[in-house]
Design a protein around this ligand. Structure first.
Ligand SMILES: Nc1ncnc2c1ncn2[C@@H]1O[C@H](COP(=O)(O)OP(=O)(O)OP(=O)(O)O)[C@@H](O)[C@H]1O
Ligand SMILES: Nc1nc2c(ncn2[C@@H]2O[C@@H]3COP(=O)(O)O[C@H]3[C@H]2O)c(=O)[nH]1
Ligand SMILES: Nc1nc2c(ncn2[C@@H]2O[C@@H]3COP(=O)(O)O[C@H]3[C@H]2O)c(=O)[nH]1
Length: 768
């Protein structure tokens, strides 16, 4: 090849790199676009508010002019003052700006915010101002009509209103909290005030077609959509649609304007969370101080903090964040990084720990409850989390401190620094128990064709080339007959150089002892000075990899058949405590009927059903995150790889793929949720891939109590004939007819290997 010219492989790598870059840029543009949409929406909302304020002022001016024309001498009465400036407080005379910026600022200051919005409660005692029809009274005038109470009255009344609380489960609380935090105009509200808002919202069902809010009316409630679909409308035009988990109706409440848009229910069974405007105001006003007092009271009841000064407790109370966790949530996962310290304010958590990296199960350590704390170890020792913390039913509420606040305010407490949970002695006991366990005796392996000699084999052609040598199609002349086999020839020198002796023995052991129609048979092995040999069943239909290369991708039904065969093989292996660890299209062969068999057990390992292994192995695109992170792994890595394989079969490429393995690993660690699936991959396939490629092994489909059946029952396999597959009566999607037993039409052509490997005589293969 001429110097400077690119090889096909280099060109492919460049194209693949450029495609990746384009994809990343598209992703960036998409995210910028969605940011822009968000900002436009914010501007639009603020414009709606400003528009109303302007209308308001115009009406005020007109009324003033009218008054001058029609007789009344000018009086500086309370009502008029308010009309001139709706934000002039009648008793203190303080002028309150109406700009949204002020309202936001006021919001963050807490007690000031209600002053910015003169109350809308009607003197007639009508509670739901949202029900007023806009046509009866034009918006601007109506607004003045309900501004009848002074801000001081409003404050006094608010203080006297009891703040109602409504029972909710943790997921409801989380929904409301998330909705508030997701709303650009509410998200700056203090965490403890959010908590009060959450507690004070009540549920209300609304029929399809009804208006929750009508444009132009006075707002009396703040809402969060709990279920159903809603349309945002302005002047009869639909601006947007929203589902559950959105806060709305905040503008009229925050900025003292009438409703800037209508909200209409589109679906059946819609439900909203409702908060009375006056309760909202009161929470904003009163809870600022009250919450600090409550928090300080709670902190004082925490044994760890009871001796701290009031001043320090107040400082801690000021920075605490409130978090809710549903039952079963891992609030902390052992081995991960962490930046928070937790105080339990409600509920209980379970503490569990893996005592040694090899211990298969989590050991139960203790239960913590209200007033207990956790999460200090990783902060004090600047290390990873040392245990798991799991929320117990019905859920847990915690007050959290970030790393900086923790260090600054309580990190020096002796109790924390000297805390000894007895981890070391627990670990030692576990280690001793493990050491006393003996390895199970290895089962005796039966080799077939005992009389066959290496010299009886005649090479017909090369079927494939692997990392350690070649796989040849051979004729075996013995006992007056000729049999056809595939002979895998592995260079001993290469095995020793790459320290793969153990893997080769493991491959031999597992294949010799496996009997499954979905696993390529190994009949017997040979050895000489240069090679070790494996006499294999010949799979004459060729590799799935070659088919995929030639077709680009498979249809769902073909992919389901291939994955079905792999699952049968995995079911067989996993039941015997064997993990496969090298799933990829290159290792899937078709027999002449079109059935799929797994070949290449170089990375397979017998680990038992509840053990783990730590050796890093696999093909970069297919390795699971726990292998990359060296956390110890088990059969769950095969379910991960299954998800990757489904993607590769349906799309032609695996989801995580980069020219350099390190880049591939980085992509894998970012997770499957970062992957944009091509449109042609069906919804159920995407869902199955995502359920298999969960970062946390225990969350993967196949690894849960339902086992592999859970995968077989997934909707992607709907209608698949599992019994037909198991009995091999199912007609495969591929027809692979061969003319004669040595017909190699489904294999690529390989040149002869002229390089004789050197002898390797160290004797590691004596038992091969
Ligand atoms: N039983 C078989 N029948 C037909 N062809 C086979 C058989 N086993 C392997 N091959 C072919 O030989 C190729 C290499 O085989 P295999 O993957 O087992 O070798 P390896 O040296 O372990 O490779 P790797 O480097 O992928 O680990 C396969 O991809 C396939 O094309
Ligand atoms: N003005 C406006 N309101 C919107 C939009 N999208 C959602 N809304 C909500 O519709 C609500 C109507 O009542 P509010 O004016 O109180 O608060 C408004 C917002 O919460 C939008 O694009 N413009
Ligand atoms: N290591 C350990 N942590 C425990 C135990 N009981 C409770 N924990 C808490 O579990 C937390 C897990 O996260 P951290 O390691 O940060 O801090 C740990 C402790 O706060 C225990 O027995 N051992």
């Amino acid at each position: 090849m001429a110097a400077g010219m690119l090889t096909d492989r280099e060109r492919e790598a460049i194209v693949s790199n450029l495609t990746k870059d384009v994809q990343a840029l598209r992703e960036m543009v998409r995210s910028r676009e969605s940011e822009l949409v968000k900002l436009h929406r914010e501007i639009h909302k603020l414009k709606s508010v400003l528009q109303q304020t302007t209308n308001n002022l115009n009406v005020t001016r007109n009324e003033k002019a009218k008054k001058k024309l029609y007789s009344l001498p000018e009086q500086c009465g309370e009502q008029e003052s308010r009309n001139q400036n709706p934000h002039l407080c009648s008793s203190c005379g303080m002028v309150l700006p109406t700009s949204p910026e002020f309202a936001l600022e006021a919001l963050s200051l807490g007690p000031l915010s209600p002053l910015a919005s003169t109350s809308s409660a009607s003197p007639s005692g009508r509670t739901s101002a949202d029900e007023v029809r806009p046509k009866a009274m034009p918006a601007a005038i109506k607004k003045q009509g309900v501004s009848a109470e002074s801000c001081v009255q409003s404050m006094q009344q608010s203080y006297s209103i009891p703040i109602p609380k409504y029972e909710k489960d943790f997921s409801d609380k989380q929904q409301i909290k998330d909705a508030i935090m997701d709303n650009d105009f509410l998200k700056n509200i203090d965490a403890s005030q959010v908590r009060e808002l959450v507690d004070s919202m009540y549920s209300k069902s609304i029929a399809a077609g009804e208006f929750v809010i009508r444009e132009g009316e006075v707002g009396a409630h703040l809402y969060v959509s709990a279920a159903g679909e809603f349309a945002v409308m302005q002047q009869g035009k639909v601006l947007d649609k929203m589902g559950a988990g959105k806060a709305f109706g905040e503008l009229a409440i925050l900025y003292n304007c009438t409703r800037t848009a209508s909200i209409r229910v589109l679906s059946e069974a819609a439900r909203v969370w409702v908060l009375d405007r006056r309760v909202f105001q009161q929470i904003m006003m009163c809870t600022g101080l009250q919450r600090i007092e409550n928090s300080v009271n709670f902190l004082r009841s925490v044994p760890l903090l009871m001796n701290l000064s009031e001043e320090l407790l107040a400082k801690i109370a000021d920075v605490l964040e409130l978090e809710f966790y549903a039952a079963g949530t891992y609030i902390i996962r052992q081995g991960t990084a962490g930046d928070s310290f937790f105080l339990i304010s409600q509920g209980n958590v379970r503490v569990t720990q893996k005592l040694t990296p090899t211990s298969p199960e989590e050991t139960e350590l203790r239960t913590l409850s209200r007033g207990d704390y956790f999460g200090e170890q990783a902060l004090i020792n600047e290390d990873k989390r040392t245990a798991n913390i799991i929320a117990l039913s019905p859920g847990v509420e915690c007050l959290t401190l970030d790393r900086d606040s923790f260090k600054r305010l309580i990190g020096d407490l002796c109790e924390l620094k000297e805390k000894d949970y007895g981890d070391e002695s627990r670990k030692l006991a576990m280690k001793q128990a493990q050491e006393s366990c003996r390895d199970e005796p290895k089962e005796q392996l039966q080799q077939e064709f005992p009389d066959l000699k290496l010299t009886d084999l005649e090479v017909v052609s090369t079927l494939g080339i692997g990392g350690f040598g070649r796989v040849e199609l051979v004729k075996a002349h013995h006992q007056d007959r000729v049999d056809i086999f595939a002979l895998k020839c592995l260079k001993k020198r290469h095995i020793v150089d790459t320290k793969q002796e153990e893997h080769i023995f493991s491959e031999r052991h597992i294949m010799l002892s496996s009997r499954s129609p979905f696993i390529c048979r190994l009949y017997r092995t040979f050895r000489d000075e240069k090679y070790v040999y494996m006499l294999l069943e010949a799979c004459m239909g060729g590799e799935i990899w070659t088919m995929l290369r030639d077709r680009g991708s498979f249809e769902d039904n073909a992919a389901q058949f291939i994955i079905g065969c792999v699952l049968q093989a995995f079911e067989y292996l996993h039941a015997r405590g064997i993990i496969y660890r090298d799933l990829k299209p290159e290792n899937l062969m078709l027999d002449e009927r079109g059935y799929v068999k797994i070949v290449d057990f170089g990375f397979a390992k017998q680990i038992g059903t509840s053990s783990k292994t730590w050796t890093f192995c696999g093909t970069p695109e297919y390795v699971a995150p726990e292998i990359i992170l060296n956390k110890g792994h088990d059969r769950a890595v095969d379910y991960w790889a299954l998800g990757i394989l489904i993607h590769e079969l349906l799309n032609g490429t695996p989801p995580f793929s980069a020219p350099d393995p390190m880049q591939t690993y980085n992509l894998i660690l970012k997770g499957i949720d970062m992957i944009a699936f091509p449109k042609h991959i069906s919804r159920w396939a995407v869902q199955l891939i995502k359920r298999l490629c969960r970062d946390v092994p225990s969350e993967r489909l196949g690894y849960q109590t339902g086992g592999i059946q859970d995968i077989k029952k997934h909707k992607w396999f709907l209608g698949f004939d599992w019994d037909g597959l198991a009995s091999q009566l199912l007609i495969p999607p591929f027809v692979r007819p061969i003319a004669h037993p040595t017909d190699v039409r489904y294999f690529d052509r390989f040149p002869c290997d002229l390089n004789e490997p050197p002898d390797e005589l160290s004797g590691w293969d004596a038992d091969f």
